[in-house]
Design a protein around this ligand. Structure first.
Ligand SMILES: Cc1cc2nc3c(=O)[nH]c(=O)nc-3n(C[C@H](O)[C@H](O)[C@H](O)COP(=O)(O)O)c2cc1C
Length: 187
């Protein structure tokens, strides 16, 4: 099969109308369109916890990514403007929880509030980190590095212990929570 045919076979069923396509250089005037463009990247959803100066705390984050298998490293990006920034960039340990499709309430809780006190079934992990129940994967990490990243930082964690189970993931796409079943299947 030629390259041309191969491309045609993978073309979207309904190609975007030319009118729908926007092209711009990101600048202060196109912030909204830039967010929209980035929001077309579907992600999973995590809650990251640590023990801050005010006690156990968490934050909802979709900037999580795996980084290295050997050594085992993962990363995420806290916003410098966040009131939780210092706690997460100066901690010794953090726990990264990958949420299941039935855990939207947990994601919404930690988007609004930091404290873990209202969450039932929290256990203490390495270094006293709060571990949340019912998640798909929990990665207990030591803080490995913090790199600059514009108005965010890139926090790298070295994974010390993994707990995981199968299940459907919670998905974040175009500013909303979804399950994989809600998304159209690829051809
Ligand atoms: C789906 C989702 C993903 C998010 N991802 C991040 C993230 O990667 N980094 C971040 O700093 N904040 C992220 N946030 C925002 C925080 O969860 C939280 O709303 C914000 O830190 C609140 O401000 P505060 O920390 O000053 O209270 C995300 C929020 C949602 C709902």
């Amino acid at each position: 099969m030629s390259t041309l045919h191969s491309r045609a076979a993978h073309a979207p069923a309904e190609p975007a109308q030319q009118d729908d396509v926007s092209v711009f250089a990101p600048d202060p005037g196109t912030g909204r369109q830039f967010r929209t463009a980035l929001g077309r990247f579907a992600t999973g959803v995590t809650v990251i916890t640590t023990t801050g100066p005010d006690g156990p705390m968490g934050i909802t984050a979709n900037s999580f990514a795996s980084l290295s298998l050997d050594p085992p490293l993962v990363l995420w990006s806290p916003a410098r403007a966040s009131r939780r920034f210092a706690a997460f960039t100066e901690c010794a340990h953090m726990a990264i929880h990958v949420l299941g499709s039935d855990q939207t309430a947990l994601a919404e809780h930690f988007a609004r509030r930091a404290a873990t006190a209202e969450i039932a079934g929290v256990e203490a992990g390495i270094g006293g980190m709060p571990l949340l129940p019912g998640v798909l994967t929990c990665l207990e990490c030591a803080l490995h590095a913090v790199h600059p990243g514009g108005d965010h930082a890139i926090v790298v964690g070295r994974v010390l212990r993994v707990r995981t189970r199968p299940g459907a993931p919670l998905v974040f796409h175009e500013g909303g929570f979804q399950g994989l079943a809600d998304l159209p299947r690829a051809d």
